[in-house]
Unconditional design. Structure first.
Length: 581
């Protein structure tokens, strides 16, 4: 009996609720299937930055060959830098799969792998209690904006973060060298994916170890710190490897007036990971709801569902009823519920999720130009995933708070359905545009230096599928793609050999224009950049139409394209010296 009482709560209770477990598994299958189908049913389902990962992984693989076509332009840094994780995985996939299939596998891992990690952590901490209720929220978290932007390294790091927390929790009463080694491996893997997720995982583990009771509390803290130490050592040893011209400093970009409440409300609303489209589909009163809340429909439904499930979890906490009636009794009962809800062992989870969410709402937007954006959205994703174990209320149990839980579940289902509809719309638009775009690849040649200029179509999605798609012109062709901005950053494995290329192609880099109405300043900037790089550019690929841009480009690439089909055109550099006598 003593041994049974020491088992984690999930181990003691999960077997007692087969109905909830069965319902949760059915819901996972039903709601995850449309995500997988959206990816695999569209041959050219691409994310915004996904093509950069594919191209640079191809460069890494080619660097291992004696006839490396990229040797004069790219260098691979084999040091254990952060951001190696996704590239290492893609290199393995590209070794055995064609690049479109490898990209789809990565898409699936980054989304459904994140979903599995979120639900696994929820299962390890809270068991199957209320699992069916939180599945729609987990689905929404797994098809977030960061995913369609193609931030694979962060998403893989988020999986490592969730797995590390689950491993620690399941063995908090049995600390020792084996579990510490497993945790150290997960933290190191997280560091090689993304340093932010690894650092937050270490912080979360320390908070959980201090705040959560255990039979061997001091021993648990000691082994937790031991498991974190290898990653700290890794950061220390590699602190200079990612140094470069970019400067790290926190910025509250988008906060117009720090003394204005209205400005802060606008800033807080911007920390959102759900918007995939600028306007959602007109279903479930989505437009009316968005105008009322000033938030996208998916965000509104998800936020409402999360709040209702939190209230239901609060209401489901059992307390000893006092005989005193009136306001004093109500206050006493509410205080008792809050105290019991935040009592050990869940106190640590509340602290971690609260810290992450506060940073998401009020923290800096980024760490400076060239250091990566969407910092607050990353905090929000991890904060919500960490908060899911706190939503402990049963889905099939009648009793106190059950009606509130079902209302929250209904709101989450509506938000999830809308998000799935938007995802399928993006999948169709992405596949159609990308297939037209890639018709130009055979005409870019082999071993050429290529620049891609995009005038984006009027597309109703926040991620832009064509923004970096031109990087795929370098797969199996040996082409150097100047749009490959990752090679200009100091912390990615692939870098330009020529430092001047890092300066030219990072800021401002090859521009992209969202509309054909281009300002004179932007036209002047492009003309200056084109005059600087035309001597090192053999092929110019243009998507879209702009008379002003065509006039500028014709100075070095002529007026007649070697290929034209719809929006896509391919121009070759004019060798003016060849025609002189």
């Amino acid at each position: 009996m003593a041994q049974a009482s020491c088992l984690p709560e999930t181990d003691r209770t999960s077997r007692a609720k087969p109905g909830e477990r069965r319902l949760a598994l059915i819901m996972i299958g039903v709601l995850a299937l449309p995500v997988a189908c959206a990816i695999w049913a569209h041959p050219w389902f691409v994310t915004q930055d996904g093509s950069i990962y594919i191209y640079n992984s191809h460069v890494i693989l080619e660097s291992l060959k004696t006839n490396n076509p990229f040797r004069n332009y790219y260098a691979v840094r084999w040091a254990p830098l952060p951001y190696w994780g996704a590239y290492a995985l893609l290199c393995g996939l590209l070794s055995i799969l064609p690049d479109p299939i490898a990209d789809h596998v990565m898409l699936t891992v980054a989304s459904l792998g994140l979903l599995a990690s979120i639900l696994w952590l929820r299962r390890r901490v809270a068991g199957w209690d209320g699992m069916p209720l939180v599945v729609p929220l987990a689905i929404v978290l797994s098809i977030n904006l960061l995913w369609l932007l193609g931030l694979y390294n962060f998403l893989l790091g988020a999986c490592c973060y969730l797995l590390a927390l689950g491993v620690w929790w399941s063995g908090r009463d049995r600390p020792g060298p084996k579990r510490a080694m497993l945790l150290a491996g997960l933290l190191a893997a997280g560091y090689l994916c993304h340093p932010v997720t690894s650092g937050l995982a270490g912080l979360a583990l320390i908070i959980l170890a201090v705040a959560s009771p255990a039979r061997r509390w001091r021993r648990s803290i000691a082994w937790t710190l031991t498991s974190i130490f290898p990653t700290v050592l890794l950061v220390y040893l590699n602190r200079n490897l990612a140094s470069g011209s970019t400067i790290s400093h926190v910025r509250w970009a988008g906060l117009t007036d720090p003394w204005s409440v209205r400005a802060w409300l606008v800033y807080i609303r911007a920390a959102d990971i759900t918007p995939l489209a600028h306007t959602g589909p007109d279903i479930f009163f989505s437009h009316a709801l968005s105008s009322w809340s000033h938030l996208p429909a998916v965000t509104t439904w998800s936020l409402l569902g999360f709040m209702l499930l939190s209230l239901a979890a609060f209401m489901s906490v059992g307390v000893v009823q006092t005989p005193v009636s009136g306001t004093a009794a109500v206050r006493r009962e509410l205080f008792a519920r809050g105290k019991k809800l935040l009592a050990a062992p869940m106190r640590g989870w509340f602290v971690v999720s609260a810290i992450l969410m506060v940073c998401a709402l009020f923290g800096p937007a980024d760490l400076g130009e060239g250091q990566g954006a969407f910092l607050r959205q990353r905090f929000l994703l991890l904060g919500l995933a960490t908060a899911l174990p706190l939503l402990k209320t049963r889905a099939i149990r009648a009793g106190h708070g059950n009606a509130i839980a079902r209302l929250g579940f209904a709101a989450l289902i509506l938000g999830c359905v809308i998000q799935l509809v938007i995802l399928w719309g993006y999948a169709r638009a992405s596949s159609r545009l990308a297939s037209d775009f890639m018709m130009a690849k055979p005409y870019t040649g082999i071993g050429q230096r290529v620049a891609v200029l995009t005038i984006e179509p009027d597309i109703d999605y926040e991620p832009r599928p064509l923004l970096h798609l031109g990087d795929l012109f370098g797969i199996q062709t040996g082409n150097i793609i100047w749009n490959n901005y990752a090679a200009a950053l100091p912390y990615f494995p692939v870098r330009f050999r020529d430092p001047s290329n890092c300066d030219v192609f990072l800021v401002p880099g090859i521009p992209d224009f969202e509309t054909a109405q281009i300002t004179k300043d932007d036209l002047d900037d492009w003309e200056d950049l084109a005059s600087d790089i035309e001597g090192k550019t053999d092929v110019l690929v243009v998507w879209g139409r702009s008379r002003e841009l065509d006039e500028i480009n014709s100075q070095w690439f002529g007026e007649e394209p070697v290929f034209e089909d719809g929006q896509i055109r391919v121009f070759r550099h004019i060798d003016r010296g060849a025609g002189t006598e």
